[in-house]
Design a binder for this molecule. Structure first.
Ligand code: SF4
Ligand code: SF4
Ligand code: SF4
Length: 402
């Protein structure tokens, strides 16, 4: 069923709550704020009319939509207007490139050690900044010489699993963090699942958030065509990236307007991995043979995690680990918002948005931080110098797996 995003603007009562919560509007005068950029401007936009370029400073974090008491789909309105702006004014090469993690992964993986070494040099970063507009200090991930897909194919599967789950690993776990992907598989197997890892590509989220809706829809449809048969066979699907999972649960339908029964089915069967494990725990079925982890760990829930509306399952799980001191950070956003904080003209804004979170982490004298989103982890680790882990990595460590 399609969603009337635009129609929701009529519910705006100009309370300005969204203005108060928008992290970007607080960090820069270049962005006029969600009320103005969203419902107020949308009222006067017709297809083909020019969109105010300041809209491009909206990071798409989604906080405005989450806090609006009137149910105005502000971030979604902005996302569609950004796509209109890109259609009218064109797409910078940089935004075409950084929005294709699968392509970048395929190109870099065969030469990963060299590509990583080169991208760590100041010369390459300065060149990438002047030629492409990728900020020289932005956190870029390393590439792995072996993809998660190849590692998963060669692993020995434990026998005797009583139930199955399909693992949607996303691009980061495949090309950048296969260790995190393997840990996800092992934690699921430890809890009695047979884990199916089908061939899969990008969900299209980075293309969508950069306003490139046509290719984004193609990526989503291609991925859904791979996952839907498994969903039809009754399998649950689990994602360890909160943003990838949310894309298939909601955003592809609500923002890209894909009205497709296969997408709806995949969305219904999609769980965030911490959500699934917390549900297992609530049902008394999660293994709790955790060993103590005497560590101090601030936990930051990414904005996309709040978009799921499932509370803070990662926090609930981490609190089960003996001697782990988990500190719940109460900051709205780390600033990076996917690819936003990589951009030369937005990096400083992203750093200002995340400043309070970074200060909290420094003050906590933490061993590491925990966060469910890969781009947030990379940004937080670079900004603070403190390692940032997926909550699963801590669960894996506490289970003492492999
Ligand atoms: S929070 Fe909602 S109702 Fe209030 S100004 Fe923003 S869009 Fe309008
Ligand atoms: S999506 Fe985030 S940055 Fe954009 S208007 Fe909403 S709160 Fe502000
Ligand atoms: S959201 Fe996930 S699957 Fe989609 S592009 Fe990002 S990493 Fe890839």
């Amino acid at each position: 069923m399609s969603v009337d995003i635009r129609g929701s603007l009529d519910n705006c009562v100009k309370c300005t709550i969204c203005e108060t919560f928008c992290p970007v509007a607080q960090a820069t005068p270049l962005f006029p704020g969600p009320k103005y950029a969203g419902p107020q401007s949308e009222r006067y936009r017709e297809p083909g009319t020019s969109v105010d370029a300041s809209l491009d400073y909206c990071s798409g974090c989604g906080i405005c939509t989450q806090v609006c008491p009137q149910g105005v789909d502000i971030a979604e309105i902005n996302a569609r207007a950004r796509a209109q702006m890109r259609t009218e004014r064109g797409m910078p090469l940089r935004d075409r490139l950084i929005a294709r993690p699968t392509l970048l992964g395929r190109l870099a993986q065969p030469v990963a050690p060299v590509a990583n070494a080169v991208m760590r040099t100041g010369l390459a970063r300065r060149a990438a900044e002047s030629a492409l507009g990728i900020h020289r200090d932005a956190a870029l991930p390393s590439f792995s010489a072996r993809t998660l897909q190849s590692r998963a194919r060669r692993r020995r599967r434990p026998g005797g699993a009583g139930r199955t789950v399909v693992y949607f690993h996303g691009c980061a776990a495949n090309y950048n963090e296969p260790d995190v992907g393997m840990m996800a598989i092992e934690v699921l197997e430890h809890n009695g699942f047979e884990v199916i890892v089908p061939p899969q590509g990008c969900c299209g989220l980075p293309l969508q958030s950069n306003g490139n809706f046509g290719p984004a829809r193609s990526h989503t449809r291609e991925l859904v065509s791979r996952l839907a048969p498994l969903a039809r066979d009754g399998h649950m699907i689990v994602a360890n990236s909160t943003s990838c999972g949310l894309m298939l649960k909601r955003e592809a339908r609500e923002i890209l307007g894909i009205d497709d029964p296969d997408l709806a089915l995949v969305g219904e069967r999609m769980f965030d991995i911490c959500e699934l494990l917390r549900d297992l725990h609530d049902a008394g079925e999660l293994r709790t043979d955790f060993h103590p982890l005497p560590m101090r760990v601030p936990y930051h829930q990414p904005c996309q995690g709040r978009g799921h509306g499932f509370g803070k399952p990662a926090l609930d799980l981490l609190r089960l680990i003996p001697e782990l001191e988990v500190i719940e950070t109460d900051r709205e956003c780390c600033g990076v918002a996917g690819t936003y904080g990589l951009k030369k003209e937005k990096y400083e804004i992203a750093m200002r948005v995340g400043a309070s979170l970074f200060a909290d982490i420094a003050e906590a004298r933490a061993d590491c931080t925990a966060c469910d989103s890969e781009t947030c982890r990379w940004h937080i680790a670079k900004a603070t110098g403190v390692p940032a882990l997926h909550p699963l990595e801590l669960l894996h460590r506490a289970y003492r797996l492999s």
